[in-house]
Design a binder for this molecule. Sequence first.
Ligand code: ACO
Length: 389
Amino acid sequence: MMATATAQTPSPLPKPEGLEGVVAASTALSHVFGEEGRLVYRGYDIHELAGRASFEEVAHLLWVGHLPSHTELVDFRARLAANHDLPPAVLASLRALPPTAAPMDALRTGVSALGAAESARGDGLFDEEPDLDEAIALAARVPAILAAFFRLRAGDEPLPARPDLNTAQNYLYQLFGEVPSEDHWQPLDTYLVLLADHGMNASTFTARVIASTGSDLCSAVTGAVGALKGPLHGGAPSKVLDMLNEIGSADQVDAWLQSALDQGQRLMGFGHRVYKAEDPRAEVLRGLAERASDPAFFALSKTTEERALAMLEERKPGRRLYTNVEFYSAAVLAAVGLPGDMFTPTFAVARTVGWSAHVLEQVANNRLIRPQSEFVGPTDKTFVPVDAR
Ligand code: ACO
């Protein structure tokens, strides 16, 4: 008789729920100091960079390892500008989607189609080991994919990018057809800097797992887009906007929050797996929102934040739930003219830089990521033919 094990066999391995506390990779890219509420990109505290370094400088920092010199930055911008055009197959894929498709689904489709179209040409783009040229080629095209879908769903034709504009300017230009004022693109540029990378978050882990199998960059980023979409990760800011719109006015804040918490709902924009202090990005975004958004909307956001923090402390004592990056992302992205369903995709514009930097780091020192599971099922069943069941 075959040896059997029962479901009660104790696992020799520790099993942290949701991999909490597990070190899955070594990285020199970014680190979240959760207890202190600190975020570092390659040695720079995020407060050193936010509002001072451009998104392109931060992309260079993450990909290449240092902030660019003036000459390097000019060259780097030119390389990004040379990579904005979308292959016809990508545009055809986006045109084939229903206008009601979610922009995150359109982005996932567009990145996947880009990988298929480019690798089929056989010139090495997206079909070989990921490298810096591919990271640039993909990061330049992600905002172009989103802007193309945004226009197509409204019945407008996609616009070509302008080589004289930076990423934040170009994205808004390709979405809305007008070169944005500094008041509009500067907050977006700072937002992109803040969201470019964030340690071993769920979507970054997804990208690294895919890259570790020897797969290509577009596959890794397609998977990462899928992971980012979920409301426990990047899908929260449009829900923050929905929440604030539903609350409507300061006198409704307490009743709305109490009712949501009574129903066991999670308040979007609060809590974090790693931060047990305020998310430092929330602090910067709060300041940006105060300057960029409608004063009445900012006042409602602030009151909602204060009351939510007080109620969470009262109802979940000791859980250390603070404002996360998503709460004020909603106000900042709304202030630059984006509708709610473009919030998470815009997060993806920033994070494509981090994902691809992690993919480059993974392949430079690769070992297949292949964890184990704790088996909790039976092992001693006997097959019974279908007619006898
Ligand atoms: N509202 C109400 N209660 C909360 C919230 C919240 N936002 N977040 C956590 N809690 C509670 C949980 O119900 C739980 O309570 P319990 O111990 O009584 O069961 C406790 O706090 C701990 O929660 P966990 O689920 O164990 O915490 P985890 O680390 O898994 O969750 C997460 C982190 C998913 C971000 C969570 O805080 C959450 O759901 N927040 C709302 C969604 C959100 O804002 N997502 C964006 C995150 S930022 C980003 O990824 C970019």
